[in-house]
Write a protein that binds this ligand. Sequence first.
Ligand SMILES: [Zn+2]
Length: 191
Amino acid sequence: MGDPVLRTPSDAIANPQSAAVRLVADDLQETLRHLRSQRGMGRGLAAPQIGAPMRMIYIEIDRPWFILNPIVTDIGDEDFWVWDDCFSLPDLLVRVQRAYQIEVVYQDLAGQRHGVKALGALAELLQHEIDHLDGVLSVDRPTGLNAFSYQQEWAQFHSNEGRYGEPELRVPERDYFIGMPAPHDSPPLLA
Ligand SMILES: [Zn+2]
């Protein structure tokens, strides 16, 4: 969590087909697979998490998926609460608020442009990984009272809430003071 590379906005990838990009792509894939084999969980990893400050994400759910230079183009009308976990904050879960549906445009490793519309868990995952590219961690987005929990505490006290809340219409942005507990209707996160 304390590594400065995790807190630095990453650079756009100018040449997706360069050798440097290929090296990072291979390393990301290998590292995610290794972490999964160790911990039995993990769907995605962002390049800054392996020390490479470039805008690349690797997701593996049912197939390998490299996402370069992602840009969120739409965040829908609804948000939901998520207990966020992260390889860079081992053991710590943070309740965050995410858009329930997003649209993202990105490039693949050949430089081809794509668009994807994601809902629920996948939308949340993409937002989590894109946050990494901007130097943002879940600890920056605690939502609601008692938003931090170690894994074991989560299993004991919070797992009955489930990992994901129900989508709710996002309320208009409003001001509140830093240090005040975030209200349920806190401002949209990606606006
Ligand atoms: Zn993460």
